[in-house]
Design a binder for this molecule. Structure first.
Ligand SMILES: C[S@@+](CC[C@H](N)C(=O)[O-])C[C@H]1O[C@@H](n2cnc3c(N)ncnc32)[C@H](O)[C@@H]1O
Length: 452
């Protein structure tokens, strides 16, 4: 048994699984027996000894015993319907990655939602467990998996088999490609262009993070953000609170915003409904009373309702005062609460620019733009950062994107008073003029702008 516990620890670690110890002993033993036969090893001891070297090949055979694969067709389908509704018809298929697709029901449900709207779609379904993917490939399901599927859709997309089960029709099957993939590894990437214009149209990763440790969920989430998707759909229980404090269930009930993480234009968490303290903070900032404002913001970091935005404000004021260490610590604290906020990544980009870390700055700004492609200050800052470490043509392209994004987004609702703190984001008209004249760029020395 102690060897099996060690095996659970190893596999759990490799997956970021939260409770590997809750695996069924019988299931683990059965899977191990198959692997011993396949590898020609006689017992678990030598198998464990070889596991580190063979982890990537062994993991897909064992992962299912240590993870929950519960799923069904049209599970929380509202979010997927909303995703499909946001896609406009275009040339070529919409490309969706369903990450952690288990036995395939969710991936096929995504295809159904898009086909129902007359949209061409191609889905890559991935999971770390090979057995579940095999089931998805076969596409045969019992009636309980289809319990939420209305009869007309059953008739359109499934063939009834003589044994009472259902086979997905070829129209669904041929649109699904299946891949073994551990979400702790670098993400599956579609072809890239320098300015993240191409990429997944959407990543759907639901009911996976909730089963991971804090660190596992954070790493997977970071990976998904770096995968260049226009939409990231998480499950109702996979919200950032889960990533931050996985040992507790999210204190807020699941909401639509938590399900469909689509950042434009209302995606930044709204500026918190201002109680007096928050309004007083805003007034202090606008009056230029930064010392008072910093003290107020610090105090608000201890209030549950404002903790994330308050840390951002602390960071912004520190940045304004050129205290980069303080700003870094404050943004790191904000990270724990606002990991999916474009504003946070934009501010990280601003901090890295001030530190002269141009590559880091580009990365943070691109991350902000993945979340919110219309955040024009991030495009503009990206142009400035790219200029320092990459080809001028790329900087020029970023400037063109700035001009486009500025037309798309009239107002930005910052939650941390970015536009009230000098030097954090340049006024819209100035940026617009800069991008059309091509003669203004950012400078590291002066938080304002200089003319070349
Ligand atoms: C509860 S199922 C969710 C299925 C489907 N997404 C849904 O919402 O109905 C979770 C799936 O995540 C997979 N999974 C867990 N950890 C993973 C990891 N590190 N990498 C890839 N897949 C993982 C499991 O194998 C399992 O099939």
């Amino acid at each position: 048994v102690s060897l099996l516990v060690r095996l659970g620890d190893r596999i759990g670690n490799a997956l970021g699984a939260r409770d590997p110890e809750s695996a069924s002993l019988a299931d683990v033993e059965a899977r191990v027996a198959v692997r011993l036969r396949a590898t020609g090893l006689e017992s678990l001891g030598p198998y464990l000894a070889r596991l580190d070297d063979a982890l990537s090949t062994e993991l897909p055979h064992l992962a299912g015993a240590f993870t929950n694969g519960w799923t069904w067709f049209l599970r929380d389908q509202d979010a997927i319907d909303e995703l499909a509704a946001r896609m406009s018809p275009r040339e070529g298929p919409v490309r969706v990655w369903v990450a952690g697709c288990a036995t395939g029901e969710e991936a096929y449900s995504v295809i159904i939602a898009f086909l129902e709207r007359g949209l061409d779609v191609e889905v890559v379904g991935s999971d770390v467990d090979a057995q579940r993917l095999q089931h998805a490939a076969e596409g045969v399901y019992g009636s309980s998996a289809l319990r939420r599927v209305p009869e007309p859709l059953v008739q359109r997309y499934f063939e009834r088999l003589s044994d009472g089960r259902f086979l997905v029709r070829p129209e669904l099957r041929r649109r699904l490609e299946l891949k073994v993939h551990n979400l702790l590894e670098p993400p599956l990437l579609p072809p890239l262009t320098p300015l993240c214009r191409a990429g997944w149209d959407a990543i759907v990763c639901r009911n996976v993070l909730i089963h991971l440790t804090a660190d596992g969920a954070r790493r997977v989430h970071e990976n998904l953000l770096s995968a260049r998707a226009r939409h990231l759909v998480l499950g109702p229980a996979d919200g950032i609170v889960t990533i931050v404090r996985p040992s507790t269930r999210p204190p807020v009930p699941p909401t639509r915003t938590a399900e469909v993480f689509r950042p434009r234009p209302s995606s930044p968490p709204p500026r918190p409904t201002p109680p007096d303290d928050w309004q007083a903070l805003g007034r202090a900032i606008r009056a230029g009373a930064h010392v008072d404002a910093a003290a107020r913001a610090e105090a608000l970091t201890r209030s549950e309702a404002h903790v994330g935005p308050a840390w951002l404000v602390v960071g912004n004021l520190a940045l304004h005062a050129h205290d980069l260490d303080r700003a870094r610590a404050a943004y790191a604290a904000a990270d724990r609460h606002l990991a999916t906020s474009a504003e946070l990544h934009f501010l990280w980009g601003t901090l890295h620019r001030r530190a002269g870390a141009w590559l880091e700055a580009s990365r943070s700004l691109r991350r902000a733009l993945l979340i919110d492609p219309d955040l024009w200050p991030a495009w503009f800052a990206l142009a400035g950062a790219i200029e320092r470490h990459a080809a001028p043509a790329e900087a020029e392209a970023a400037r063109r994107e700035t001009a486009r994004a500025i037309e798309r987004r009239e107002r930005i609702s910052w939650m941390s008073f970015v536009d009230d703190i000098e030097g954090l984001a340049c006024p819209r008209e100035l940026v617009r003029a800069a991008c059309t004249r091509h003669d203004v760029t950012e400078t590291n020395e002066d938080p304002r702008w200089r003319t070349r």
